[in-house]
Design a protein around this ligand. Structure first.
Ligand code: NAD
Ligand code: UDP
Length: 319
């Protein structure tokens, strides 16, 4: 049906990052066709609202774990982006088997589609590859410190398996691929009840409710605004770089500093309360992005105040 039209497949395209990427591909890069495949486990169609009526978007509601790969034979696919995976620690712990199958069986199904089309495969990996890191900031050459049976293991090990599977498959069939180790990314269209720190803190601050810190708040995260990440992902499309690559913003804060900043910026009267620490919660996380700077000439541009303000506006519109 669409053979001849060059298409980009975005698995997980109805989620937070995937919906921003799909919009950018269609509207800014003017791609001829974007095929979104999503089972809506954490994403939703409203994230794609402004695109759903476009003849250039095909939305396929399906699970990549049980995907009929022949279903995509009519397309000529140039790139496969795999963003399909539950990403919130709260939700992947609740849906542990789904997370493991998505990161293994699901990845192989998408690799088969890429192979049939000789498409470049770009996979959303994660800073969780490094676990609770003993090297700081984290470089791609660091092997990580991961508990294979802990409360985060279903996600961490699925992502580590995904990296190994893609590397082996693409090496064997001489395919082009990149493993993007994404560090904490935030922005509009994150799920309001997603459980991750930015939606939790911003929504609590907007309602003047307590911001709940797990542990003493001395653990650090480095926060990247979503448009910067999407810019990096699309730069990767055109490059021939193969292998793992960090993407994130080295702007590092303790979780306590983050809570204080959000309360102050949003002029909230919320208090901070301290709850029990989460098991295996990484104590520090900051990307070394020298490689992305070198091979893609990429670095994040949006400062935290701007990103936070855009994100708060989005959540305000939902209150
Ligand atoms: P998200 O939950 O908003 O998006 C994930 C999307 O994948 C959702 O739309 C969900 O419905 C879909 N999905 C999940 N399992 C699926 C399956 N089996 N079949 C089809 N669709 C499926 O999360 P996000 O923050 O947008 O994350 C996107 C990707 O980036 C994920 O792979 C995540 O692991 C990775 N990542 C995100 C961050 C971050 O800070 N946001 C950090 C590191 C890695
Ligand atoms: N966190 C917190 N309160 C919350 C949500 C998260 O203190 O309501 C902490 C969490 O313990 C972690 C950091 O914020 O140290 C980031 O958590 P998130 O779930 O966003 O993602 P992670 O980086 O752990 O995958």
């Amino acid at each position: 049906m669409n053979k001849g039209i060059s298409s980009v497949l975005v698995a997980g395209g109805a989620g937070f990052i995937g919906s921003h990427l799909s919009r950018y591909l269609l509207e800014d890069l003017e791609c001829e066709k974007v095929i979104v495949v999503d089972n809506l486990v954490t994403g939703n169609k409203e994230n794609l609202e402004e695109l759903l009526n476009s003849p250039k978007l095909d939305f396929v509601q399906d699970d990549i774990v049980s995907l009929d790969v022949a279903r995509f034979d009519s397309y000529k696919i140039s790139h496969v982006f795999n963003l399909a995976s539950i990403a919130s620690p709260k939700t992947y712990a609740e849906k542990s088997i789904e997370t493991l199958k998505t990161g293994s069986l699901g990845v192989f199904n998408l690799l088969e589609i890429a192979k049939k089309n000789d498409a470049r495969f770009i996979h959303a990996s994660t800073s969780e590859i490094y676990g609770d890191p003993t090297v700081h900031p984290q470089t791609e050459s660091y092997f990580g410190n991961v508990n294979s049976v802990g409360p985060r293991s279903m996600y961490d090990e699925a992502k580590r398996f995904g990296e190994a599977a893609i590397t082996a498959f693409c090496d064997k069939f001489d395919m082009s691929y990149a493993l993007v180790r994404i560090f904490n990314t935030y922005g509009p269209k994150m799920g309001q009840n997603d459980g991750r720190v930015i939606p939790n803190f911003v929504n609590a601050a907007l309602r003047n409710l307590n911001l709940e810190i797990y542990g003493d708040g001395k653990q650090t995260r480095s926060l990247c605004y979503v448009s910067d990440l999407v810019n990096g992902l699309t730069k990767l499309m055109d490059s021939t770089y193969c292998g793992p690559i960090n993407m994130g913003n080295p702007y590092e804060l303790t979780v306590k500093e983050l809570a204080e900043k959000i309360i102050e910026s949003l002029k909230s009267s919320s208090d901070i309360v301290y709850l029990e620490a989460l098991i295996d919660d990484p104590k520090q996380r900051c990307p070394d992005i020298s490689l992305a700077k070198k091979v893609l000439d990429w670095a994040p541009k949006v400062d935290f105040e701007t990103g936070l303000s855009n994100t708060a506006e989005y959540f305000k519109s939902m209150v």
